[in-house]
Write a protein that binds this ligand. Structure first.
Ligand code: TYD
Length: 135
């Protein structure tokens, strides 16, 4: 996949004086069936997460609280997406290198994935990633 396949997806936002509500449905708001959801929190200032690509899994990342940056790289170019609202998220298909940094205090990153956890799906070596991309 390439950088142009990565996209911000807006989710429904039901505004109410009692507070707002957003939601996402598998295969509806996001283009895959969710098999797993995990979240990243309590990231100390200055630390980064990610730093790998996935062979198979697609992901959708939302800043449920606070903000952080997601840097996506297809081997040729990189793009930074700042996530700071709970009513949109970033869709990242497979075979793209990603890093998350610039976490604000108390930020909460929720990630929905198209696969169950499998360590074999990770590409953690950047040179191996470039080989995979034929670069
Ligand atoms: P990792 O995906 O490397 O974290 P990040 O990309 O956010 O920096 O995962 C960190 C550790 O957690 C690693 O040992 C694998 C484990 N893990 C699971 O057991 N299940 C999961 O669903 C995820 C995402 C990670």
């Amino acid at each position: 996949m390439l950088l142009e396949d990565v996209k911000i997806i807006n989710l429904p936002k039901i505004e109410d004086q009692r507070g707002n509500l957003s939601f996402l449905e598998s295969n509806n708001h996001i283009p895959f069936k969710i098999k797993r959801t995990y979240w990243i929190y309590d990231v100390p200032g200055g630390f980064a997460r990610g730093g790998h690509a996935f062979l198979e899994q697609h992901e959708f990342i939302i800043a449920l609280s606070g903000s952080f940056d997601v840097i996506v790289d297809d081997g040729k170019e990189k793009k930074t997406f700042t996530l700071n609202r709970s009513y949109y998220g970033l869709y990242i298909p497979s075979t793209l290198w990603r890093e998350m940094n610039n976490f604000s205090t108390n930020s909460l990153a929720m990630v929905s994935s198209s696969t169950l956890f499998s360590d074999d799906d990770y590409v953690r070596d950047y040179d191996q990633f470039l080989k995979l991309k034929g670069i």
